[in-house]
Design a protein around this ligand. Structure first.
Ligand code: C2E
Ligand code: MG
Ligand code: MG
Ligand code: MG
Length: 286
């Protein structure tokens, strides 16, 4: 009976699995071609999500978030292809592309007369394990001419990351003036250990921590994190702010910075420029 069941399942499952595997392999070879080709080909695009001061609502920077404008599959979210890129040794090259494009974009905004923004870029596990991480980031900065203090790198806890990976690179970058943020803080188990190992300046609270806020009358967990951050001398940025009420609560708890859909979604560079110009003329509480 077990054999029959198993066979039935396999029959029903196989075509779909086969298609998925082939689809993934196609993405990998397309991504490889993309990375070997011209960076201006336009398929890997960067969207930018504003980072704001929760008290003044001023935008002080943005986070660069990669997308893939795929010719047949449409706009692909990072979750669809970054894991694959990681598995196939391509992820550090994606990060590097995003870094170069984000720095070039900062200069375009400078030339357009926008206020000087800070740029946050994400570094995945492969970047953290890359032997030339610090040199690559520093040479991107040097080539672009962007001041290191305008760049922040966001690192994320990863269970497969070797404990020493990236430590000296991030120390070097930090000594250069590049900021280091700990992304998705509060999700993993070893985040506290990362605080000891890496030269962290900013804790980015994951939205799983900020989301339950509205329903709860008090927030001992958040108060604890704010206290921890204060005693460590690091600042706190709340991610995933989806309502004005949530934002007000976070600000009242003493959290200085935030980002989220209720403030602004990630958007193409041109749209961010429009957003900033509109904000400069009429600040909105939304
Ligand atoms: P992340 O670094 O934690 O980025 C924040 C994610 O939360 C983004 O998803 C953003 O669109 C989403 N988000 C922002 N505000 C809200 C909100 O109010 N509500 C909700 N539900 N979501 C919100 P996205 O762009 O899909 O990126 C997902 C993840 O992919 C990022 O999470 C980051 O870990 C990774 N990623 C994106 N770009 C890059 C990159 O260039 N390099 C690397 N290594 N990772 C990247
Ligand atoms: Mg991030
Ligand atoms: Mg995050
Ligand atoms: Mg997150």
């Amino acid at each position: 009976a077990a054999k029959g069941d198993g066979k039935g399942k396999v029959m029903a499952y196989t075509p779909d699995l086969r298609e998925r595997v082939l689809g993934r392999l196609a993405l990998v070879s397309e991504l490889t071609r993309l990375l070997d080709g011209d960076p201006d080909a336009g398929e890997l695009v960067v969207h930018y999500q504003p980072l704001v001061d929760l008290h003044t609502e001023a935008v002080f920077g943005c986070e660069a978030l990669v997308r893939w404008q795929h010719p047949t599959r449409g706009l692909l979210a990072p979750d669809v292809f970054l894991g694959l890129a990681e598995e196939h040794g391509l992820a550090a090259r994606v990060d590097r592309r995003v870094l170069d494009e984000a720095l070039a974009q900062l200069l375009r905004w400078d030339r357009a007369g926008l206020p000087e923004l800070r740029m946050n870029v994400n570094l995945g596990r492969s970047s953290m394990e890359h032997p030339r991480l610090a040199q690559d980031v520093i040479s991107s900065l040097t080539e672009s001419g962007v001041s290191p203090s305008r760049l922040h790198v966001e690192i994320t806890e990863h269970h497969e990351l070797r404990p020493e990976a990236g430590v000296s690179a991030l120390q070097l970058l930090s000594a250069h003036g590049v900021g280091v943020g700990l992304d998705d803080f509060g999700v993993g188990y070893t985040s506290l250990d990362y605080l000891r190992r890496y030269p962290i300046e900013v804790l980015k609270l994951d939205r799983s921590i900020t989301r339950p806020l509205e329903a709860e009358p008090s927030s001992p967990l958040l108060e604890g994190i704010v206290g921890l951050a204060r005693s460590l001398g690091v600042s706190v940025l709340a991610e995933g702010i989806e309502t004005p009420a949530q934002r007000d609560r976070l600000a009242a708890l003493g959290i200085a910075y935030g980002q989220g859909f209720s403030i602004a979604r990630p958007m193409p560079a041109s749209a961010l420029e429009g957003f900033l110009r509109a904000q400069a003329t009429e600040p909105v509480r939304g």
